[in-house]
Design a protein around this ligand. Structure first.
Ligand code: GSH
Length: 212
C-alpha cells in the first residue's frame, strides 16, 4: 500500500499522526498541493475529488476519507488500539470522532476556505470553481469558537476526547484545533482550561512530536 500525501495539510496530518502512534511506516508519494499537483489529470485519475490523503491499497482500491484510512490501518495493525477495544469503546470513539469532524473540522474549513486570499474561487476542494462567501467565513469562526467551548466541557470529565484512553478522536481534535488557530488567527479561549491542559498533554506525546 502507499499513501499519497502532503503532510503540511490538516487531513493528511491526521493520517501521519495515526501512523506515528501505531509506529507504522508505509510508502509515501508526495503530492505538492502548493503547486496544485493534486488538481492535475494524473492525480485526478487516482482520486477524482482531487483531495489528500489517499491510501492506495495493493489491489488498487483507493481510500480517501481519513476515517476509512484509519479504520483500514487499525485492522492491519490492531496494536495499540486507537479506535477502541470493546464494542462500547469502539462506538464511543466513532461517535466522538464524527462529532469532531462535523462540529470542528467542517467549521474550520468553512472559516478558512471562505476567507483566505489563496482560496479565492476554491472555497471547496476539487477542480470546479467555487466562490467564497464572506458570511460563511464568519459563521465558521463562530462555530469553531463554540466547538472549543463544547470540547472544553467534555474534557472536564475525561482525560481524552472519547473517554479515559487516547484515541483517533484526539488526533482529529488536535489537528482541527491547531489548524483552526493558525488558519483563522484565533487563540484558545482563556476560560477553556481543560482544553488547554489536554492540548498541551497531547501535543507533547512522543509519537505526536515524531509524526509532525
Ligand atoms: N476526504 C477527506 C478530507 C480530504 C480533504 O479535504 N483534504 C484537503 C486537505 S486538508 C484537500 O485535499 N484539499 C484540496 C484542495 O483544497 O484543493 C476526509 O473525508 O477525511
Amino acid at each position: 500500500m502507499k499513501l499519497h500525501t502532503f503532510p503540511d495539510a490538516p487531513s493528511p496530518r491526521r493520517v501521519h499522526l495515526f501512523l506515528a502512534e501505531k509506529d507504522m511506516e508505509i510508502e509515501q508519494v508526495f503530492v505538492d498541493m502548493r503547486t496544485g499537483e493534486h488538481l492535475s489529470d494524473a492525480f485526478a485519475a487516482i482520486h477524482s475529488d482531487c483531495t489528500l490523503p489517499v491510501l492506495e491499497l495493493d489491489d488498487g482500491t483507493c481510500l480517501s476519507s481519513c476515517a476509512a484510512i484509519c479504520r483500514y490501518l487499525e485492522t492491519v495493525q490492531p496494536d495499540p488500539p486507537l479506535l477502541g477495544s470493546t464494542p462500547e469503546e469502539c462506538a464511543r470513539v466513532d461517535d466522538r470522532d464524527r462529532w469532531v469532524e462535523m462540529n470542528g473540522m467542517l467549521a474550520v474549513m468553512e472559516g478558512f476556505r471562505n476567507s483566505v486570499k489563496g482560496m479565492k474561487d476554491h472555497a471547496l476542494p476539487g477542480r470546479r470553481p467555487v466562490a467564497q462567501i464572506p458570511e460563511l467565513a464568519e459563521r465558521g469562526r463562530q462555530r469553531f469558537q463554540w466547538f472549543m467551548n463544547d470540547l472544553d466541557g467534555m474534557l472536564s470529565n475525561h482525560d481524552f476526547v472519547a473517554g479515559d484512553d487516547f484515541s483517533v478522536a484526539d488526533i482529529t481534535a488536535l489537528v482541527t484545533i491547531d489548524f483552526g488557530l493558525r488558519g483563522m488567527k484565533m487563540h484558545l479561549p482563556d476560560d477553556c482550561t481543560y482544553l488547554a491542559q489536554w492540548h498541551r498533554a497531547v501535543s507533547q506525546r512522543p509519537a505526536i512530536q515524531a509524526g509532525d
